[in-house]
Design a protein around this ligand. Structure first.
Ligand code: NAP
Length: 314
């Protein structure tokens, strides 16, 4: 008989049915069902669940739960909501997600590097004016975060000819990347960065990391791409830095409140490009295959995949 495997998401989430179908296809030996389909006996014995931004009270309905597999890479809300439970949180690590993010980082880096915001603004004024050309070899992209996504982005950027620097908590060794580590080395990386790309998880340490102090450590006219999480950036400090032309342009895919409210300043700021959290959408098929492999191994061996370090927050 098949074991019931709950998929738990927010009741408003519009793609639950599609996720259940993709997960079911990847795991024919399981019966993937919404939480509401589990009877009392199944709830009492369930040890693993798949989650997509679940309500914490729903997860708490499973008293024997040992671990949850998220279908997203960022799990800060899950970690905060379930901190009191003795639960392993496994996040999605999918090479396809890393490739999608690397493509977005390269695309928006080129957008800034080739002065597209400038030419778009000039077009509205019918202005024919060529800016100086800089070679990618003369442009340094600084990556905040050299994890699954940061490393893939670094590879694409280096392949396109950019100088690449990267910053992580522990020192890393990545080919073609000048690596910086820890809070003490952040100012040195910022000082040589022309385009700063944020790919950090949101944790106690990274919340508000990009503020007036760190912006002041960038060269004048550096640009910012935030593809990680909104609260890593202090919005007021960013606005001030943009208004003062300390920061030339910001490409923002993530915000403290999403969807970005219609009255937010970012929508109309001439130095901001607003994206609706699209830099790296999870691919349901590849993600379901990875979740399926992990669940299968757990059923066969009892092994829980590498989990989020709850103290570290990622
Ligand atoms: P990851 O593999 O966990 O990598 C995180 C990186 O950040 C690591 O290099 C880590 O350093 C570094 N880091 C964490 N805290 C730090 C600190 N305090 N100081 C310096 N470095 C620090 O995560 P990932 O899979 O690359 O994903 C990164 C984030 O991208 C996710 O958490 C999520 O928020 C975001 N994301 C956004 C989208 C989107 O569509 N916008 C899609 C997917 C993911 P160590 O290497 O030393 O541990």
């Amino acid at each position: 008989m098949k074991t019931s495997l709950p998929f738990i998401c927010n009741p408003d989430y519009p793609f639950a049915r599609q996720w259940i179908a993709a997960l079911q296809q990847a795991m024919p030996d399981e019966e993937v069902v919404p939480l509401s389909a589990l009877d009392a006996h199944a709830r009492a014995s369930c040890t693993v669940a798949i989650v997509a931004n679940p309500l914490p009270q729903d997860v708490r309905q499973l008293p024997q739960l040992r671990w949850v597999h998220s279908v997203w890479a960022g799990v800060e809300r899950l970690v905060a909501d379930l901190a009191d439970l003795e639960l392993n949180v496994v996040r999605l690590v999918d090479p396809q997600l890393a490739e999608t993010m690397a493509e977005a980082v390269l695309a928006w880096t080129l957008y800034l590097h080739r002065d597209m915001p400038l030419y778009a603004a000039q077009q509205t004024r019918r202005q024919w004016l060529a800016a100086d050309y800089a070679r990618p070899q003369d442009t340094t992209v600084g990556l905040l975060g050299l994890g699954a996504l940061g490393e893939a982005a670094a590879d694409r950027l280096a392949g396109a000819g950019f100088n690449v620097c990267g910053w992580s908590r522990m020192r890393k060794s990545v080919s073609h990347v000048e690596c910086f580590a820890g809070a003490v080395e952040l100012p040195a990386m910022l000082a040589r960065t022309d385009i700063l790309v944020c790919l950090l998880p949101l944790t106690v340490e990274t919340r508000g990391l990009l503020n007036a102090t760190t912006f002041a450590q960038l060269p004048h006219h550096a640009s910012l791409i935030n593809f990680a999480r909104g609260p890593i950036v202090c919005d007021d400090a960013l606005r001030a830095a943009l208004d003062a032309e300390r920061i030339r342009h910001a490409v923002l895919d993530v915000f403290s409140i999403e969807p970005l409210p219609p009255d937010s300043w970012q929508w109309a700021h001439p130095r901001v490009s607003v994206l609706p959290h699209i830099s790296a959408p999870t691919d349901r098929q590849t993600a379901s295959a990875i979740v399926g492999q992990n669940i299968r191994r757990y059923r066969e061996t009892g092994e829980i995949p590498e989990s989020v370090d709850l103290a570290r927050g990622y």
